[in-house]
Design a protein around this ligand. Structure first.
Ligand code: GLU
Length: 457
């Protein structure tokens, strides 16, 4: 799952899209592309395999400009990382689509579209979306309805943006299982898969929810939920500034983030203790009443977060005296768990947008697990919104793909949970106070270790 940026404005959007793509580079990608609606309402597309600098070189040779455009960095899931497979994908030079995610039923849809005469020019799953929109546009003569109909045909995950020749004042965005947000400017609107992409142009964001479709114009945004009903999603201010995401003199982001661990842990610990106790409300209003009932913990996570969960599972047993098991989210989704009534489902995710973790939480609720808590680093994320209780790690944006400060902050947050549950079970008052002392001295201890950097080298 890679990056999406889009813009509709009274100025040329190509520089905004290029800058947005550059800001998403940290996620990794194999190709990039951009499509704009030009002054005469035609669709123009430029794509390049490799780095964004290659796309920029192409744009220098063969410039495009327009007031509406969509752009993408691709991380191939279906088809080689080539120019032909790079997004945007077009249908009859009329429809352009960028997509993050995976369409699981793309083979059936491809066969169906081919039998209706559509010719495919890529190996991607995404191209079926483009032709479906084209097909339904011929039937409905309305871009929004065409996208709505298309979405009913898709199985899988997506964040998409759609632009159409002849529609210079409108783009459509939709999400299911992949993040997508709208940036609100003054008389202009943007979309992106990640706040980072839009920080230079706005700080105001509307986060789409799963199933949402947004009809985006220069001066208006209309959002419809999974049932087609108009909905209002709240506008939120982002605290991120362009500075937060610089490298600050470090050779790469991961190094910077390793050195940010003392600060990240200090933030995670701040204001959450008093008199040798963890303050339970740090987990939310309903924390005490839920914690009183919990007899078992089940952690669900992916990748690094899963490993943080594995470490904590020892603590739950040894320190809190509470049984704990840990599931990989992608596996949990497909098993039939025995539902124990007093189990707390704990999901861990840096971004709060990890698709498998979100789906696993939904599945856990569907099976009948009653209590959920998420430990997360992004307050406005889907996981936070879907959980009863939340403990924010406050590690700041983590750009390095290999997690460092988010991982250590998760461990600290998990230990806080061990303490609040443990005090109801095997943990004594002195035991809790002792661990809190150690937690509070961690930032300084890590700082000391990092000071040894040159010697260790
Ligand atoms: N599945 C699509 C492809 O392979 C999208 C990949 C992505 O999310 O970047 O082209």
């Amino acid at each position: 799952m890679c990056g999406i940026v889009g813009a509709i404005a009274q100025r040329d959007v190509v520089p905004i899209l290029q800058e947005g793509l550059r800001r998403l580079e940290y996620r990794g990608y194999d190709s990039a592309g951009i499509a704009v609606i030009t002054a005469n309402s035609a669709l123009q597309c430029r794509r390049a395999a490799g780095k964004i600098s290659q796309l920029s070189a192409l744009l220098d040779q063969s410039p495009v400009a327009g007031h509406l455009g969509i752009a993408h960095t691709r991380w191939a899931t279906h088809g080689e990382p080539t120019t032909a497979n790079a997004h945007p994908h077009l249908s009859s030079d009329k429809i352009a689509v960028v997509h993050n995610g995976i369409i699981e039923n793309h083979e059936e849809l491809r066969a169906e579209l081919q039998s209706s005469g559509y010719v495919f020019s890529s190996d991607t799953d995404t191209e079926v979306i483009t032709h479906l929109v084209h097909y339904y546009l011929l039937e409905t003569h309305c871009l929004l309805s065409a996208v709505e109909r298309t979405l009913t045909r898709l199985h899988g995950t997506y964040a998409i943006a759609v632009a159409a020749a002849g529609e210079a004042g409108r783009m459509i965005a939709a999400r299911q299982g992949s993040p997508l947000l709208i940036g609100v400017g003054v008389g202009e609107h943007f979309i992106a898969s990640d706040v980072m992409a839009l920080i230079p142009v706005t700080q105001q964001f509307i986060f789409l929810e799963d199933g949402d479709i947004a009809d985006i114009h220069l001066d208006a945004v209309n959002i419809f939920d999974a049932h087609g009903a108009p909905v209002e999603r709240p506008m939120q201010m982002s605290g991120l500034s362009a500075d937060t995401i610089g490298r600050n003199g470090y050779r790469h982001y991961m190094l910077k983030e390793i050195f940010e661990q003392p600060e990240a842990l200090t933030e995670t610990l701040a204001g959450r203790f008093a008199d040798g106790h963890v303050l339970e409300n740090s987990f939310g209003d309903k924390a005490a009443s839920i914690f009183d009932r919990v007899r078992e913990v089940r952690i669900i996570a992916c990748g690094t977060s899963y490993h943080a969960g594995l470490i904590a599972s020892y603590w739950f047993d040894e320190i809190a005296g509470i049984p704990c098991r840990v599931d990989v989210a992608s596996e949990f989704r497909y098993r039939q768990p025995v539902v124990t009534p007093d189990t707390l489902i704990v999901t861990l995710s840096q971004s709060g947008e990890t698709a498998d973790t979100l789906a696993a939480l939904e599945e856990a609720k569907r099976c009948g697990f009653k209590y959920s808590l998420s430990i997360c680093n992004v307050p406005e994320s889907s996981l936070v919104r879907a959980s009863d209780l939340v403990l924010m790690t406050r590690a700041g944006p983590e750009i390095g793909v290999a997690s460092t400060k988010a991982f250590t902050s998760q461990l600290v947050a998990l230990m806080m949970l061990v303490l609040v549950l443990g005090r109801r079970h095997a943990l004594s008052l002195e035991g809790e106070a002792g661990i809190i002392d150690e937690l509070l001295s961690l930032p300084a201890a890590i700082h000391q270790v990092l000071q040894l950097n040159d010697e260790i080298k």
